[in-house]
Ligand binder design. Structure first.
Ligand code: 5RP
Length: 225
């Protein structure tokens, strides 16, 4: 039986097939993406540089000798590789378990192809079992939590060492349990318009084009229409 880490390593390496030598690529955040960064580090010179979705990823890329460029200087990349907390049969995802959802959505929006790398535990029929991360402006968090309660959700502010976690963007995160997100496009549109919401962790408009899923029998490729 392969370990979770071995499955992550497999999909991290498999994502290399989508890179053309000399590309600048978008790089997500999380333990699965860290294995992709390891694969880039082992293939020195394959990419010219990267745009990054978090301070943690930027630091890892730089340690691997990969130049990190800003999204304002590189407006378009051919590829974005990132993990997910949940992915449904259409390629719609919940992301943000690692608190990087806002920059992940920005980088995804600047990429031609989103390749999700995940182990099979992330495949779901309906989004919502994983607590939905929502980055918010702190002064709006109580009202936004009320709005989620009205939808039947159970929101809470994400804490770190007993204090609200502060994101790379200086904001707070709410995690919402108990939702069943059956219409991800409509849900993302609606919540994104609530005043004080910076980013909702439903990635429906920036969905995956491909998911590389780590299984006991190797890497399975799922393509979404
Ligand atoms: C970070 C994310 C990650 O992609 C997601 O949490 C999956 O992480 P991991 O690969 O560690 O399971 O959205 O904000």
């Amino acid at each position: 039986m392969l370990s979770q880490d071995e499955l992550k390593t497999m999909v991290g390496q498999a994502a290399l097939q989508y890179i053309h030598a000399g590309d600048i690529v978008g790089v997500g955040t999380g333990s699965t993406v860290n294995r992709f960064i390891d694969a880039l580090a082992a293939n020195k010179g394959l990419v010219q540089g990267a745009i990054s979705s978090s301070d943690a990823t930027s630091e890892r890329l730089r340690s691997a000798g990969i130049p990190v460029l800003s999204c304002n200087e590189v407006l378009r990349v051919p590829l974005y590789v990132d993990g997910a907390d949940e992915i449904d049969p259409h390629g719609y995802m919940v992301k943000g378990g690692g608190a990087a959802l806002t920059r992940e959505k920005i980088v995804a929006a600047q990429a031609d192809l989103f390749v999700c790398i995940a182990d099979q535990s992330k495949l779901v029929q309906t989004l919502g079992s994983f607590p939905l991360p929502v980055e918010v402006i702190p002064m709006a968090s109580e009202r936004i939590m009320l709005q989620f309660r009205e939808l039947g959700g159970y929101p809470s502010v994400r804490l770190q060492n007993g204090q609200p976690l502060v994101t790379d963007n200086g904001q707070h995160l709410i995690d919402v349990r108990g939702l069943q997100i059956t219409r991800p496009l409509e849900f993302e549109s609606m919540v994104s318009q609530w005043p004080g919401v910076v980013t909702v962790g439903v990635f429906a408009f920036q969905k995956a084009a491909v998911c590389l899923v780590g299984t006991e029998n190797g890497v399975k490729t799922i393509r979404y229409g």
